[in-house]
Write a protein that binds this ligand. Structure first.
Ligand code: IVH
Length: 671
């Protein structure tokens, strides 16, 4: 074929494939078979191979991914990505409606939609072509995951129809439940741990570096919010419908996925319908979103610091099912804490098969009188692990016996202890109980701690079992020769692991302090302690009083630190880590406030800012000797106000005579 002919055919095929793609993934009504589709795609592929100059960057052949992103770039959102305020009862919706009517002085039209339980995404388009896809991140800036999003078939790469030149569209990426189940079945067959729920799975997939793997995963995306300066309509629903004609997958009125409501009664009826019907959907929803339809009214209503005043989410109550409790098993965590687990007869709950549920602790079991063999109620809230919330006593047989909580560690046999005032039992054998040893090491290498590349929890367990590491300091004496003979340890992974270990020696002191795993010393506490004491040796020799004197360090934390260093083996461990070359002191830039310019001044931060995230502002306030507090009071000196700050806050600040400053005023203050 000559080039001119090829060009013609490429154009034709591209157009046809796009349309078939749209019909299949967005309309659910394909007009050709999968085989025919594949044939067309193959033809296009081979033409693009023969004439690479004809291959468009947004060609339908590009859906298979291939781009690898090492680190996702953080990009500022053009429009901040806010969240929605939640409501849990019809009364709260009534209040919402009254608020809206009071501000607008009239009844208005609402649009009801489903609240998709997935991963929020903002996709921008220019001249009909996809530009960039960002995750929500902190709302101000998100991760650029364009390469991965481009593999989702229901997201158009090139638009059709009469679209605006530039706009952003937001929606939710999710795993259809059928796909999610398939994925888990495959993992089960491979002996890999199951994915906890579709949302986390989707979020994990979207953060994969290799887009060709994402392309195989069959993610889907519903769009629910169009933003831009030149949108065709002044109403939400009309723009959503328009977006459908541009090629997006949007909720359809005829499928009851979106509805215009002229009264609260109609809103309630939409809610009731979906509360009952939601299990018929092939995706998870956790409620309904109610939006004011008209943009002028939306504008008039405005925003609070976190969410629009023109929309509200109504959250469904957690779904419950009954199933048989087969037996109770006990897990040992890294701190030795024992968690009782209910092993259930598998049951479908909110779209996933549940086999295990949390029982929390001995008190909970006693309080609910949960026994093996019982028919129990299992509930799934927002959390990953479902929980047992009650027992159906009418099905209990006379043979049933009250649960006797274990008194010895199921892993190492040590007598369990119970710390006064705590609900959980502990295995005190912290140096000899395998899950505790492995758990501590897994915590040490985790991302927020030492972040050791090439070393995951499974490898840690493998190294422990091979007797190569017994504590966190052993990680620094690993040698290539020890590792190479192990399973799954090729030269490349060994080098990678050892490089990761070496690189971790540069991890700053606060993270080292967090990594060594002193009970109650989380990330924030570690930062506070590091900032105050500046070195491990100073913390080690601090008295209880000195520790408590640090802002926000209470008795419980202080006692735990003292107890940690009272243990000879911990001292020795820290010494070995020091000798290995880990950072045991704050370096210059990290230490102390960089100035005292804000000393004695207290700040409240509100709204969204152009140049800094709220966390950065908080840090800057503290680094300059100021104090950051959550809410306005007579003690507040400044209200640092960004965009979208609610009028109520402004009013309150004015009433209290608090000075309202902008981001640039603040920058001037700290110079
Ligand atoms: S509209 C300004 N519509 O829920 C708010 N959000 O808790 C724009 N979500 O951030 C959001 N379904 O990730 C909107 N139909 C829907 C939604 C929806 C799910 C998510 C979204 C949002 C979060 C708020």
């Amino acid at each position: 074929m000559d080039k001119a002919k090829a060009e013609e055919r490429v154009k034709q095929l591209t157009k046809e494939l796009r349309e078939h793609n749209y019909r299949y993934y967005n309309e659910d009504s394909p007009t050709i078979s999968d085989y025919e589709f594949d044939m067309l795609l193959k033809e296009l592929e081979s033409l693009e191979k023969e004439f690479p100059e004809l291959a468009d960057e947004n060609s339908p052949t590009k859906r298979v991914g291939g781009e690898v992103t090492k680190n996702f770039e953080t990009v500022k959102h053009k429009y901040p990505m806010l969240s929605l305020s939640n409501s849990y009862s019809k009364e709260e919706l009534l209040e919402f409606d009254q608020r809206v009517q009071k501000i607008l002085g009239r009844e208005i039209e609402y649009i009801c939609e489903l609240k998709y339980d997935g991963v929020a995404i903002g996709i921008s388009y220019k001249d009909g072509k996809i530009q960039r896809a960002l995750t929500r991140g902190d709302g101000t800036q998100g991760d650029d995951i364009t390469a991965n999003v481009k593999t989702i078939r229901s997201v158009p790469l090139v638009l059709k129809g009469d679209y605006p030149n530039e706009f952003e569209i937001r929606g939710e990426i999710f795993y259809p439940l059928s796909v999610f189940r398939e994925l888990n079945e495959k993992r089960e067959a491979e002996g890999v741990e199951q994915l906890a729920n579709p949302r986390n799975a989707a979020s994990g997939t979207l953060k994969m570096q290799d887009s060709s793997i994402v392309a195989e995963r069959k993610l889907d995306c519903f769009l629910y919010f169009v933003l831009g300066e030149e949108l065709p309509f002044n109403e939400h629903l009309k723009n959503i419908e328009a977006a459908g004609t541009w090629g997006f997958k949007v909720p359809k009125e005829e499928k009851q996925l979106i509805r215009k409501c002229n009264s609260l009664e109609e809103v309630f009826s939409f809610i009731n319908y979906w509360d009952e019907q939601r299990s018929s959907l092939d995706f998870e929803i956790d409620g309904v979103v109610i939006k004011v339809n008209n943009y002028n009214y939306q504008e008039e209503l405005g925003f609070t610091a976190k969410s629009p005043r023109w929309a509200i989410a109504y959250k469904f109550k957690a779904e419950q099912v009954e199933t048989r409790l087969d037996h109770i098993s006990y897990q040992v965590g890294r701190t030795g804490a024992i968690t009782p687990v209910a092993n259930l007869e598998p049951v479908l709950l909110a779209g996933t098969t549940v086999k295990r549920a949390s029982l929390h602790n001995a008190d909970q079991i006693a309080k609910l009188d949960i026994r093996e063999g019982d028919l129990v109620q299992v509930e799934k809230g927002g959390e990953i692990i479902p929980k047992v919330v009650g027992v159906n006593f009418s099905h209990r047989t006379s043979k049933s016996k009250p649960t006797e909580y274990i008194s010895q560690c199921p892993e190492c046999g040590t007598e369990l202890i119970r710390i006064e005032g705590e609900a959980q039992h502990y295995c005190p054998n912290m140096w000899g109980c395998p899950p505790q040893i492995i758990g501590k090491m897994a915590h040490f290498i985790s991302r927020k701690a030492m972040d050791i590349d090439g070393l995951g929890e499974e490898t840690v367990a493998q190294l422990f079992e091979a007797n190569l590491i017994n504590d966190i300091a052993d990680i620094y004496s690993l040698e290539k020769e020890d590792l190479l003979p192990l399973d799954r340890m090729a030269e490349k992974s060994v080098n990678n692991l050892l490089e990761g270990v070496e690189a971790s020696k540069q991890i700053p002191f606060p993270r080292v302090l967090y990594a060594i795993g002193i009970r109650y010393v989380g990330e924030t506490v570690a930062k506070k302690l590091a900032k105050h004491f500046k070195s491990m040796s100073a913390i080690r020799s601090a008295s209880l009083e000195e520790l408590i004197a640090v802002d926000e360090i209470g008795e419980k934390i202080a006692e735990s630190i003292i107890a940690f260093f009272a243990e000879e083996r911990n001292v020795e461990l820290v010494d070995r880590l020091t000798a290995a070359g880990l950072q045991m002191e704050l370096n210059e830039e990290e230490s102390g406030p960089s100035s005292q310019k804000l000393e004695g001044n207290s700040f409240v931060i509100s709204g969204v800012f152009e140049r800094h995230s709220r966390d950065e502002l908080k840090m800057l306030i503290e680094a300059n000797g100021g104090k950051n507090t959550g809410s306005l009071s007579s003690k507040t000196n400044y209200l640092l106000a960004g965009d979208n700050m609610g009028p109520a806050k402004k009013e309150k600040a004015e009433k209290l005579g608090i000075q309202i400053i902008s981001e640039s005023d603040f920058e001037q203050m700290i110079g």
